[in-house]
Design a protein around this ligand. Structure first.
Ligand code: KIV
Length: 326
């Protein structure tokens, strides 16, 4: 991710900007449909790099032993964690990372379309295809993660027709082995999401910064810093709750606005660059591990610097062979 795509402000998982607008509870999109909002399917249908600074290891955290919590690979379990303990999600795109992350005890793995910017060398997530997502999802599934496995619906798949959307979700679940799908978008997609949930497809919502719209919005930025936008985010969050999303990702939303949204909806609000008061957090694993070529977003404090470690090891190997030390 190039420097010019840096957000104007730090999303500050640990920072709170002053006097943000409160998303004043507005009119609901429609009458709430009283149903389980976990999105559990019948018979349990089963579960970029963004802008930023250079990765540097966080020594204090490096040797900390992970607190173990029970993890169950169901959307109902994840949804019911709200109010009990923070939810942790991380991205994975291959079998080895899937295993490492599952073994670390996360609640869910997201096979994000961030695979485009983290692994595939694209500048945005837009070129990522459904074939890419099926392939990477099935790779993570083969690592037998103990947690919920969610696959991202890539650019365009939700826009052509409901049949196309349904078919893409079917592929992610049947061919990729996903337990659930993530769909970027708010109220405009709520009717389609409701139909997916009714079909037995658990849906993870995604509001705030929608990386698939980056060309339209002109770059990555914080959302909800103005009242009108904060209210619009509220309407989106409520619409996704009513549509039956089992949880909602909140990306780059002003910290205090995200806190209000989390308190107003029943499904967990899982933040990324949206401050500490969400019901959980998700990060792109490559950012967390410092395994990026172009730095990490300003809201990430990397726990390792794997890019540097790999570079040192590779140079040592090349030197050893050249100098016949091996
Ligand atoms: O694609 C992705 O990795 C995501 C997360 C950043 C939420 O959408």
């Amino acid at each position: 991710m190039s420097e010019d795509k840096k957000p104007k402000e730090d999303a500050g998982a640990n920072e709170e900007s002053e006097a943000p607008p409160s998303p004043k509870p507005a009119r609901r999109r429609r009458k709430p449909v009283r149903r389980e909002n976990t999105g559990d399917a019948p018979a349990e249908a089963t579960g970029g790099t963004r802008p930023g600074k250079s990765p540097s290891a966080k020594p204090a955290a490096r040797d900390r032993v992970t607190d173990r919590h029970e993890v169950k690979p169901t959307v109902r379990y994840l949804a019911e964690l709200k109010g009990k303990r923070p939810i942790v999600g991380l991205t994975a795109y291959d079998a080895i990372m899937g295993k490492l992350i599952s073994d670390a005890g996360v609640d869910f793995i997201l096979v994000g379309d961030s695979v485009g910017t983290t692994l595939l060398g694209y500048d945005t997530t837009i070129p990522v295809t459904i074939e890419d997502m099926v392939r990477h999802t099935s790779a993570v599934r083969r690592s037998n993660p103990a947690c919920l496995l969610v696959a991202d619906l890539p650019f365009g798949e939700a826009s052509l027709s409901f049949d196309r959307l349904l078919e893409s979700c079917r592929r992610l679940m049947q061919e990729g082995g996903a337990d659930a799908v993530k769909v970027e978008g708010g109220r405009d997609l709520a009717d389609d999401i409701e139909k997916l949930v009714a079909t037995g497809i658990p849906v993870l919502g995604h509001i705030g910064l929608l990386p698939q719209t980056v060309k339209a919005i002109g770059g990555y930025r914080k959302f909800g810093t103005e009242r009108k936008e904060a209210e619009s985010l509220y309407t989106d969050a409520i619409s996704l709750e009513e549509a039956g999303c089992f949880a909602v990702i909140a990306e780059m939303i002003e910290s205090k606005v995200a806190a209000v949204l989390a308190s107003q909806i029943t499904p967990p609000l899982i933040g990324i660059g949206s401050g500490p008061n969400c019901d959980g957090q998700i990060l792109v694993t490559q950012d967390l591990l410092g395994l990026t070529a172009k730095g990490v977003p300003s809201f990430v404090s990397p726990y390792a610097n794997l890019a540097k470690d790999a570079s040192v090891a590779l140079s040592r190997y090349v030197g050893d062979i050249r100098n016949k030390r091996k």
